[in-house]
Design a binder for this molecule. Structure first.
Ligand SMILES: Nc1ncnc2c1ncn2[C@@H]1O[C@H](COP(=O)(O)OP(=O)(O)OP(=O)(O)O)[C@@H](O)[C@H]1O
Ligand SMILES: [Mg+2]
Length: 243
């Protein structure tokens, strides 16, 4: 790959005796959208958490801009530009939209870019500007997902990792969220997204990895995987298949 922003090599992660990732390798090219798909329990969230520094691998390497991440705390990884939008959004429900956004920009590098980032966020998500002084807990599900992504953008990220952005959202809202992810990417932010909505994810991504029980079993461009008969059978309702 010409310009990998993130390289994961031979990563193994366990929860006690449960091995959740086994020898996982992937690359995320700078400026791209990469989708990570696969069945429940495959290890997708575990991989994002390991990259974010929330879980510690027993083996393997992670390089970001060719720098080894292994020794860096989560906070230092955020400062390098790696930000996770966790599954379930984890907003501060009783704080306002603006207060939640402010919390996304808590590190010095992000604070220095606060005004510019806020302008960018309000450009991408005008509804958050309208609701800036309302409580986060009163937003709709789709708006809360927008706020979760917007909070990540406030950290001035190079790589945004999004775990299940479409979870619990209607097809229309899912489409809106996906369009926002594409817009964010077109502004120069690299995206690594875990998605259950495999068809839509493969449509917007440059590259995708399919995971099964702790391993990557297939990878390719979105187009290649959309055309792949095993992917279609396993995840898109067609009969039969090996995945
Ligand atoms: N805190 C934990 N303690 C023990 N086992 C865990 C823990 N979190 C996850 N696991 C196990 O690790 C494996 C991978 O889980 P993970 O959450 O990464 O999967 P996933 O691909 O994100 O699944 P889903 O699509 O359901 O979100 C599963 O077998 C899961 O049961
Ligand atoms: Mg998960």
């Amino acid at each position: 790959m010409a310009n990998p922003l993130l390289e994961v090599k031979g990563l193994t992660v366990s929860y006690g005796d449960v091995r959740a990732l086994e020898d996982v390798s992937l690359e995320v090219e700078e400026g791209s959208i990469v989708a990570l798909v696969g069945s429940n329990g495959a290890g997708k969230s575990t991989l994002l958490k390991a990259i974010a520094g929330l879980l510690h691998p027993s083996r393997g390497h992670m390089l970001f801009n060719a720098e080894e991440l292994g020794r860096l705390s989560t906070k230092h990884r955020v400062d390098r530009g790696i930000v996770l939008v966790p599954e379930g959004r984890r907003l501060f429900q009783t704080l306002t939209v603006l207060e939640n956004l402010r919390l996304g920009a808590y590190l010095p590098r992000a604070r220095a870019n606060f005004d510019e980032s806020l302008e960018r966020v309000f450009g991408l998500f005008p509804v958050l500007k309208e609701r800036a002084n309302g409580k986060a807990g009163l937003l709709s599900g789709g708006e809360q997902q927008m706020l979760a992504i917007a909070r990540a953008v406030m950290a001035h990220p190079k790589l945004v990792m999004i775990d299940e952005a479409s979870l619990g959202l209607s097809p229309i809202l899912t489409r809106t969220i996906f369009e926002l992810i594409v817009a964010l990417n077109q502004q120069g932010t690299t995206v690594l997204m875990v998605e259950q909505n495999i068809h839509m994810a493969l449509n917007i991504c440059n590259r995708a990895y399919v995971m099964k029980t702790g391993n990557i079993v297939l990878s390719g461009t979105g187009e290649e995987l959309l055309a792949n008969v095993d992917v279609r059978k396993a995840y898109m309702g067609e009969r039969g298949g090996k995945l």
